[in-house]
Design a protein around this ligand. Structure first.
Ligand code: ZN
Length: 242
């Protein structure tokens, strides 16, 4: 069954593997929800330290830059919640009890109504961090809701109402985002360190490449194949039984 437009949640938590993943997957939805009073928080699991084609780069500087880019992107989306970083090494994030515990604590503390993250079942996905973060979030949602997981955390259990998986293998939920396209694009362009490696900007002319990138992202928002009303929308796999 196809569903559309959740009731605007009070609190949403988006969890991404790298700085910029959340904006690619759910930027327009989060901008819309922020605009309607939702407290949007973001958790970035890795330090983004492999996000460059320049092998001579100072890793510490790249990590700092990417954090500040993420914070700027959150401002662009008018997110009023937390922007937090787990700091795992980019490309090396593994599913572990320790990370499950840290994510569980985050969910229990923030008490989001909706959680958004990577779809770990997306076929032919190369990047291990995207898969692993998706699985970890699922595991942490189970742990966060059940009191016998990590009782030493001394925080009340919390069960979110909805989980939305972005870049979904099977799309069954759409958020109409008319009017929030530019917020998404501007938030993406906050990730200046990623222009070349992720967005293809800078090889020829910055202006022409930026225009091409925007056009491409806008075309991805066109989900009218699912119905005319979704001509500007982000698509998800929705899981409501949490
Ligand atoms: Zn990523």
């Amino acid at each position: 069954m196809i569903t559309k437009n959740l009731e605007v949640p009070k609190r949403a938590l988006a969890i991404g593997a790298h700085p910029d993943d959340i904006e690619f997957g759910a930027g327009a939805t989060l901008a819309k929800w922020s605009d309607h009073g939702c407290e949007v928080s973001m958790l970035i699991c890795t330090d983004g330290s492999k996000g460059t084609w320049n092998s001579d780069i100072d890793k510490g500087e790249l990590i700092t830059k990417r954090k500040s880019e993420q914070i700027s992107a959150a401002v662009e989306l008018k997110a009023t919640g937390k922007v937090a970083f787990l700091g795992e090494v980019d490309g090396e994030l593994e599913i572990s009890e320790n990370l499950r515990k840290r994510l569980t604590l985050f969910i229990r503390n923030l008490r989001p109504n909706v959680v958004l993250t990577h779809d770990p079942w997306k076929r032919y996905r190369l990047h291990p961090d995207h898969r692993n973060v998706g699985y970890l979030v699922l595991d942490a949602i189970v742990a966060a809701r059940d009191p016998l997981f990590f009782p030493e955390q001394n925080v009340a259990p919390h069960r979110p109402d909805e989980l939305l998986l972005f870049e979904a293998e099977l799309e069954d939920h759409f958020e109409q985002c008319d009017g929030y396209e530019n917020s998404k694009l501007n938030a993406l362009l906050c990730h200046q360190s990623q222009l070349e490696s992720t967005m293809g900007i800078g090889s020829a002319s910055i202006d022409a490449d930026t225009a091409a990138f925007k056009k491409h992202e806008l075309s991805k928002l066109d989900r009218s194949y699912a119905g005319e009303e979704f001509s500007v929308a982000e698509a998800y796999k929705r899981i409501s039984e949490l």
